[in-house]
Design a protein around this ligand. Structure first.
Ligand SMILES: Nc1ncnc2c1ncn2[C@@H]1O[C@H](COP(=O)(O)OP(=O)(O)OP(=O)(O)O)[C@@H](O)[C@H]1O
Ligand SMILES: [Mg+2]
Length: 358
């Protein structure tokens, strides 16, 4: 899969950009604050409908403008034309010139995996960061997952709103509980299936980058231990105190362990960083296995941060993406430019919101 064309209008520091990208390895070179990461952000946005920087639409609109446009042509099994427009007044998303109605179908058009400094949150951050990682991966794998997640979130919001009332209506509560349990059990089932497949891939990736230092293990710790219905009913008293739903997949955790100890609690900074990259490598490997073609890899700065040993662990993944006619976009400044990357690179100079082929 590759992105053949990217078009930006008033996105971040790009007034307008139209650029063709061949498959292969692209390096975006430039000084700080020129717009390298903004390119990756735009590509990630098209693929996932959110910014990997965790910001909303208004921050991505070029200062002084009303809205941004991001569009592109994704080439995989078929070709897809993506167009998105965002302003405070209006949002539009189209795939092949048809407005997107089912988000689940949309997610297959462009698949990406990003490597960025924010990844450290996967290890250090709250469980929400890890759930989001798993949810994105499942959305990139099954068209049914995202709609399921959205319906669950809706049921949860309604149920929580009801719990905030002084005397919640029993019948209404029961109906939202039923909905929550039905959708929640399906989410749990899909997460239960995924983790044992992802864990060995992450372990292997971790080994490659750390030279067999420690054993990595992912463990799914669902909030529901056995029976959602029973446990939800048992939590009613505590719900009355907290006035919100305390049990369910919105409270799940994915435990990351190195040699059977929590990485968040006992890992060193270097181990945490290696672990974060290993998770992203596992995501890429998993998607490649499922779909038979590599996702587009977006690599922001991290190569410059890694020591030579860990860098060389990442190289095989990049080379494979390269040889299978996948695509890699990597940002660097001249100073942290990794020389060992080889010859077949397409180099771009990024300067003040413009791109020039070198
Ligand atoms: N909404 C916006 N409108 C206009 N310019 C913006 C907007 N948001 C960010 N910028 C500008 O974009 C530039 C930063 O772009 P980006 O983060 O892509 O830099 P970079 O090339 O990756 O730099 P670094 O090497 O420091 O990571 C800055 O000059 C910033 O002022
Ligand atoms: Mg940057």
């Amino acid at each position: 899969m590759h992105l053949a064309h990217l078009r930006l209008r008033d996105f971040r520091n790009y007034p307008r950009l139209d650029v063709d990208f061949a498959p292969g390895f692209h390096v975006l070179l430039g000084d700080n604050a020129q717009g390298k990461t903004n390119i990756l952000e735009a590509i990630y946005l098209m693929a996932t409908l959110r910014s990997f920087r965790g910001v909303g639409g208004s921050q991505m609109v070029r200062h002084g403008q009303k809205g941004y446009f991001v569009g592109g042509k994704a080439v995989g099994q078929g070709e897809h034309e993506i167009k998105m427009y965002w302003s405070t007044a209006e949002r539009k998303l189209s795939l092949d010139n048809q407005p997107v109605r089912k988000l689940g179908d949309y997610f297959g058009a462009l698949r990406v995996v990003i490597f960025c400094t924010e990844d450290l949150q996967l290890v250090k951050g709250p469980s929400r960061a890890r759930r989001r990682f798993i949810d994105l991966l499942l959305s990139q794998t099954y068209p049914s997952y995202l709609p399921l997640l959205q319906r669950y979130a809706q049921a949860l919001r309604s149920r929580n709103a009801l719990l905030k009332q002084r005397t919640p209506d029993d019948a209404a509560l029961e109906s939202f509980s039923n909905e929550l349990v039905k959708l929640g059990n399906e989410i749990i089932r899909m997460r239960v299936e995924l983790i044992p497949k992802l864990s060995p891939l992450a372990r292997l990736a971790y080994r490659r980058i750390s030279n067999d230092a420690e054993e990595l293990r992912l463990e799914y710790q669902p909030s529901v231990k056995k029976d959602f219905v029973v446990e939800l009913a048992q939590s009613r008293r505590r719900e009355q105190t907290y006035r919100s739903t305390l049990i369910g997949p919105h409270r799940d955790e994915i435990l990351l362990q190195l040699n059977d100890r929590s990485a968040a609690q006992f890992g060193s900074e270097g181990q945490k960083r290696t672990l974060a990259i290993a998770l992203k490598m596992a995501q890429a490997e998993y998607l490649t296995g499922i779909h038979g073609s590599a996702p587009i890899l977006l690599i922001d700065d991290v190569m410059g941060e890694l020591d030579v040993k860990r860098r060389s662990g990442l190289l095989p993944l990049l080379e494979r993406a390269h040889h299978t006619r996948g695509q890699v976009f990597m940002t660097c400044t001249e100073e942290n430019w990794p020389r060992e990357l080889g010859r077949d690179l397409q180099r771009w100079e990024v300067k003040a919101g413009a791109l020039k082929k070198l």
